[in-house]
Design a protein around this ligand. Sequence first.
Ligand code: SF4
Length: 302
Amino acid sequence: MVDAGDESFHAEVRCCTFEPVLANFEVGAFFRRADPRLERGRQRLAARIRERAGVTPLGIDRPPTYPLWRAADERNFGRDGSLACGYLDASDEHARCTVHEARNAVCATWFCKHVRGARGGRFWLALRAFLRAMEDSLAHHCLHALGVEDEALLALALEKDRPYQQPTPALHAALWGERRFREQHFYAECHELVDGLDGAEALALGGATVDRHRRALLAAARALEPEPLPEAVVLGPRTASERRGDRVALRTYRDSDPIVLGAGELEAVAACDGRSGADAADRLGEDRLRVLLDHEVLVPAG
Ligand code: SF4
């Protein structure tokens, strides 16, 4: 999600300076359904399967050439076109995601701005952690339920120990066993298996790990409920400003989600530093104060 205020984001790659790991059942969605809208994703995933590197019964990892260390540098995020995700469709003038229908937990929950600011961001972060735990649990369930052999599991452990490298022919053969060259079919079976689970079954498969993330997610949802204004407010720790014409953009909990204020409102916000919540609400209006609190421009004192 990019708007006109985010000049710093590369218009074609946007926030897709990242390449996701796709779980086996997510890949399988493309090979189980004949839907023509999935065709570009199907072609891209089929190419990845042919390339072999990072392609295992657990899913499809990043290609070995992806410069993960550079993508991990926040300064490059959304800006460095050479980090563009391999699932972006370069032939599409809008550079759409070819695997959008079965994108993973990270891609499904990342936003550069949040309704409810930092609070909303914490909810999405908790949801991402929960979904990642679910993905991991369900991908492993597929290996178990589809009878992946011990030798292939050993090969998987060896492959995970040397990520982002081309597997040797022997390792590739061991990873896939009789399923070698039928990878698309295996992934489709994984999708069918997961598609057939109801929510309670899927949760139960995740055991204590998924339950931990489920409870954290519920806590994040409760934190979105209305609460009384703080007794006192102070300026947030990350507050800095940048002029945008006759207005000022205040940095908030995240650089990509600034709050833009006119000069008069900026003075009013500064005057709230150290005041009671009720006083700040009188000066700014309660709704505006709550937005500023959510974005951590102002924070509860103490
Ligand atoms: S998978 Fe799709 S949404 Fe995720 S980074 Fe790649 S192009 Fe973007």
